[in-house]
Design a protein around this ligand. Structure first.
Ligand SMILES: Cc1cc2nc3c(=O)[nH]c(=O)nc-3n(C[C@H](O)[C@H](O)[C@H](O)COP(=O)(O)OP(=O)(O)OC[C@H]3O[C@@H](n4cnc5c(N)ncnc54)[C@H](O)[C@@H]3O)c2cc1C
Ligand SMILES: *[C@@H]1O[C@H](CO)[C@@H](O)[C@H](O)[C@H]1NC(C)=O
Ligand SMILES: *[C@@H]1O[C@H](CO)[C@@H](O)[C@H](O)[C@H]1NC(C)=O
Length: 536
């Protein structure tokens, strides 16, 4: 059933509708677009003319591509925005919302562009839409006295880590690894990283937010109410409004942390099998041990890399490892002591001597395409099972499976504290990734995508069931999406909604029905309002 949402299906609509798309564009040129552009011009304010780009403009492609982080969505066939608006002030976001709604245009919002299915800048539904690119709204105001910061949605987590580190060597923030990820998209899906066992997700540390609702009003935590504030922490923001900024609580980091990367070529099954228990339940919250499985350099075999981050000095880490995980035989010179911000650089794969300001660089060298799927593991697997799974992994040329440990703070927070539902009972999340280069061509990309799907099917006996849970941050349209030209229905959305949100899905639908009953903020996998349902 789920396979009917498969790649061949998606691919064929992309191709067959690319012509239909341009004709839709023409219709909107006469109706919505002109009206929209006039409306924007009228609404230009003391902050100047609102910048808007059409496909005929020289800068359109440059701006569009500036934050496409996956080559899968760089092809000419990928459906593109009718217009791109790049606001420089909050009021310009309001004007864009007001004008789009008035002229019947949909919007998509992009902060960092890391959506795994590109939903911030494209759509398999081919609904004509205006893209709001928030890259210019990226101010960060760190208040060390108050242990807090206001961060605009278009800032990257690299910007945020950098600003915090400039203010204090003992403050930090728990969020993801790749520093070009946008705050707007990341905090609203959850956001996990090396400090999640100690401090939870990025979203767990959000204390206030500013958003533009479907009426074009700016709301904060007080005026939006607790239910909407709950929904935008883990429910994805694209169903509810345009996030302008989040206020976060900073966390304490020690002046010295310890980082280690251990490559295990022999006996990896045994190590990983033990890891499933030790890294989650036995070691302190300050210790994060992530496993990455990939091919060895010469591609014949698999290796497991243990990526370790400890909030404390190496001496203390050695003690813990000797007691809890002697099988690893970690040695003192496997460990590197550094500041927390240096560990951020290391985990983001920057070269050792890179200056801190590489964190501010939004340009990436990644010329790769990828497809990702996610699973949660709730029951430990045996050595034999890992052996079988590794053999399956060997079928794909270029892949990585990353196993990120839960436990600690992640298990203390209840499933419905915020909209992100994956807490106690989960041992770790797996992200399966197949990577390939553009030059391999369309046929090859279909093969790679097919492999990830097969891997996912193969894993079904070993992972969470009813629902087979998934993390919305690792968005996957194979789980389902709305059909073209239909009113989003609860029964469709539940297919993927319960995987992403488990028991929180119904509350998300309720909040959506209250704050956006006409579904102005909708995309291919957004939360449907009950108010539109034609089904009984
Ligand atoms: C290379 C890579 C590494 C990653 N590593 C991690 C990781 O370590 N941990 C983790 O938890 N996740 C990780 N992710 C997933 C990432 O957290 C999500 O893709 C996240 O949604 C990206 O946010 P963004 O702003 O960069 O993306 P965008 O593509 O800009 O947005 C993602 C979604 O959020 C919506 N959105 C964005 N901004 C706003 C806004 N201001 N208001 C309303 N809606 C908005 C978009 O419309 C879209 O639906 C990774 C992704 C990639 C590609
Ligand atoms: C958008 O509409 C809202 C609500 O009607 C109004 O408060 C706001 O001033 C408008 N903003 C702009 C910039 O058009
Ligand atoms: C940013 O990173 C890109 C890719 O690595 C690089 O080409 C570029 O020179 C960097 N820009 C700056 C200002 O450092």
């Amino acid at each position: 059933m789920i396979m009917s949402w498969g790649w061949p299906f998606l691919f064929s609509i992309l191709l067959s509708f690319s012509t239909a798309y341009s004709s839709t564009t023409t219709i909107f040129t006469n109706q919505g677009i002109d009206g929209f552009l006039e409306c924007l011009a009228v609404n230009s304010d003391q902050y100047g003319k609102i910048e808007v780009y059409a496909p005929k403009d020289a800068s359109y492609m440059k701006i569009l591509q500036s934050a496409i982080r996956n080559d899968r969505f760089k092809s000419p066939e990928t459906p593109k925005p009718l217009l791109i608006v790049t606001p420089r002030h909050e009021s310009q976001v309001q004007a864009t919302v007001n004008c789009s709604r008035k002229h019947g245009l949909q919007i998509r919002v992009r902060s960092g562009g890391h959506d795994f299915e590109g939903l911030s800048y494209t759509s398999p539904l081919l609904v004509p839409f205006v893209m709001i690119d928030l890259a210019n709204l990226r101010a960060i105001d760190v208040d060390i006295e108050d242990n807090s910061a206001w961060v605009q949605a278009g800032a990257t987590i690299g910007d945020l880590y950098y600003r915090i580190a400039m203010e204090s060597p003992i403050h930090g923030f728990p969020a993801g690894f790749v520093t070009t990820i946008g705050v707007g998209g990341h905090f609203s899906v959850g956001g996990y990283g090396a400090m999640m066992r100690k401090y939870g997700l990025a979203a767990d540390n959000v204390v206030d937010a500013r958003l533009v609702n479907a009426n074009g009003e700016i709301l904060d935590r007080d005026t939006m109410g607790e239910d909407l504030f709950w929904a935008i922490r883990g429910g994805g923001a694209s169903s509810f409004g345009v996030i302008l900024a989040f206020k976060i609580k900073l966390v304490q980091v020690p002046p010295v942390v310890t980082v280690s990367k251990l490559t295990i070529k022999q006996g990896a099954f045994e190590i990983i099998q033990r890891w499933q228990h030790i890294a989650i339940y036995e070691v302190p919250k300050e210790l994060f041990i992530q496993v990455q499985i990939s091919r060895t350099k010469f591609r014949r075999n698999l290796q497991a890399e243990l990526q370790i981050m400890f909030l404390g000095p190496s001496e203390a880490l050695m003690h813990i490892m000797e007691e809890k995980f002697p099988q690893l035989r970690i040695k003192k010179n496997d460990c590197m002591e550094m500041s927390w911000i240096q560990s951020v650089l290391l985990f983001a794969e920057f070269p050792k001597k890179a200056p801190l300001n590489v964190l501010l660089n939004r340009t990436t060298e990644m010329d790769i395409a990828f497809k990702v799927k996610s699973d949660f593991v709730t029951t430990p697997l045996s050595k034999r099972e890992f052996r079988k799974i590794f053999n399956k992994f060997l079928e794909e040329k270029q892949f990585a499976a990353v196993l990120s440990p839960w436990g600690g703070r992640m298990h203390e927070i209840s499933d419905d504290e915020i909209a992100f539902p994956h807490r106690a009972g989960n041992l770790y999340v797996i992200a399966y990734t197949s990577l390939w280069g553009d030059e391999e061509g369309a046929q090859a990309s279909q093969e790679h995508v097919k492999w990830v799907r097969e891997m996912y099917n193969y894993m079904s006996p070993y992972v969470s069931k009813s629902p087979r849970a998934a993390y919305i941050g690792l968005r996957d349209l194979d789980l389902g999406f709305y059909k073209i030209n239909t009113t989003p229905t609860y029964s469709e959305a539940r297919i993927w909604g319960e995987k992403y949100f488990k028991g929180n899905f119904d509350k998300l639908v309720k909040v959506k029905s209250e704050v956006d009953p006409s579904n102005f903020f909708g995309d291919d996998q957004s939360i449907p309002p009950m108010t539109l349902q034609s089904e009984s």
